[in-house]
Design a protein around this ligand. Sequence first.
Ligand SMILES: Cc1cc2nc3c(=O)[nH]c(=O)nc-3n(C[C@H](O)[C@H](O)[C@H](O)COP(=O)(O)OP(=O)(O)OC[C@H]3O[C@@H](n4cnc5c(N)ncnc54)[C@H](O)[C@@H]3O)c2cc1C
Length: 416
Amino acid sequence: MVVENSQKSNEEDLSQAINEMRAVTHKFAEDIIRPAAMKLDTMSPEDVIAKESPLFDVFRAWYGSKNHAGFADVDVNDGGKISNAVLFELGWGSSDLAVSLGVASMPFQMVDMMTRMTGDTALKGEIVDPFLEDTEGKIIGCWAITEPMHGSDMLAVGTQEYANPNTAGGCRASKDGDDWILNGQKSAWVSNGTIASHALLFCGIDSSKGAAGGGVAVVPLDLPGVHKGPPLDKMGQRALNQGEIFFDDVRIPARYMLVDPSLYTFALEMVLGTANTGMGTIFAGVARACYDEAMNYAKERSQGGRPIAQHQLVQGLLFKMFMRAEGARALSEYTIDVHAGLGIPSLPHAIASKVTSTAAAYEVASDAVQVHGGIGLAKGVLIEKLFRDARASLIEDGVNELLMLVGAGHLLTANN
Ligand SMILES: Cc1cc2nc3c(=O)[nH]c(=O)nc-3n(C[C@H](O)[C@H](O)[C@H](O)COP(=O)(O)OP(=O)(O)OC[C@H]3O[C@@H](n4cnc5c(N)ncnc54)[C@H](O)[C@@H]3O)c2cc1C
C-alpha cells in the first residue's frame, strides 16, 4: 500500500535523524561536556564563572554549532523526539551542564511561543532573534521562580496551599502607567542566575490569590535596578552556576509582561511540565552513565582471581541498575509521545518522568559506587561526582515528594 509505505519511510527517516543527532551529541558530551564538567567540579563557584572558565568554552561550542536554537525550527513531525535524544546524551555527559544549556533558552522559548500566538513580531525581533543569532554564548537565560521564603509554594500548582494568600511570592510586579515596576528577590537557586543576561521571571501580581496570583515577565538583566548575588557553592552539579537576583524598582514595558494572573496557572503548568520533562530525560541519561561506569569497572577490576563482573552478586546488581536506567529512559520517551499526542505537556506524565528518572539516577549512582568499592568514594573518579549530581536532582525543579502531590491533584481533578 502506498500510504503504508510512505508512512514507513517517514518513520525510517525520523529514526535515522534521531540516531544521527544522538551520535553527534554523544560525541559532544564525551569530548566537550564531560571533561569540562570534571574540571569545573573541582573549581570554586567564583572560578566557574570567571571569564577564562571552561564553562564558557562549553557555551561557545554549543552556541557556535547553533544547537541552542533548536526550539526555533521545531519540526512538528518529530514530536520533540530529536530534542529528547539530544538532552539524554547531554545528561549522560554531565547533568549540570545539560541543565545550564537547557535553561539558557527558557526565556526565549517562552517569548517565541507567546509571540507566535500574539503576532508581536517586534518583541520577537527584540528578544528572541539576537539569542538565535548568538554564536558566542553571550545571551543566556534563566528561570527565576524560587524565592528565599517560597520554594515548593511556587510549584505547588493545583494544591490547596497554592491559592492560600500566605504563599504569595515576595518578588512583585505593580503597574505604573503602561509600565510594570519589579521589586523583590529570587533565591540563590536560580540556575544560570549569576551569568544570565535575561530572566523568565515568575513574580507576584495579585497577592490575595497566593502563589496563584502571579505573572510571567521576560526581563533583560542589564536594566537599572537589577543586582546579582554571589554564585552558590553546593554539593553536586557544581558546573551549574546558581545565584540570587535582586530587583529594586526595575521598570519594564508592558510588552515584557507575557502572562497576567488570568493565565498564570496555565503558564506555570506548561513551564513546569516542560522543565520536568527535560529533567526526566537528562536524569535518565545520568542513570545510564552510572550503569555504564559500573559495567566498565566491573569488567576491569579483578578480585578472587577473576573480574568482579564474573561474581554473581555483582551481576545481579548490574542487571538491577540496567533495569532502573532503561525503565527511566522508556518513561521519558513515552512522556514525549504523550505530549506530542496532546499538543501540550501533560503535567502528570512530566512529573512521573522527573520523579522516576531522578530516583533511578540516585539509586543507580549509589549501586555504581558500591560496585566500585572504595575507589568510588575518591575525588576525581567520575562515579563520585555522578552520585553527588544525582542527589541534587531529587530537589531540583521541585522536591520529588511535593511534585507527586501536584501530580496526584491533577489526576484526581481529571477523574472528577
Ligand atoms: C540543582 C537545583 C537547580 C535549581 N534550579 C532552579 C532554577 O533554575 N530556578 C529556580 O527558581 N529554582 C531552582 N531550584 C530551586 C528548586 O526548585 C527548589 O529548591 C525546590 O522547589 C524546593 O524549594 P526549597 O528548596 O525552598 O524547599 P522547601 O519548599 O522549603 O521544602 C522543604 C521540605 O518541605 C517539604 N514541603 C514543602 N511544602 C510542602 C507541602 N505543601 N506539602 C508537603 N511537603 C512540603 C518538601 O517536600 C521538602 O522536603 C533549583 C534547585 C536545585 C537543587
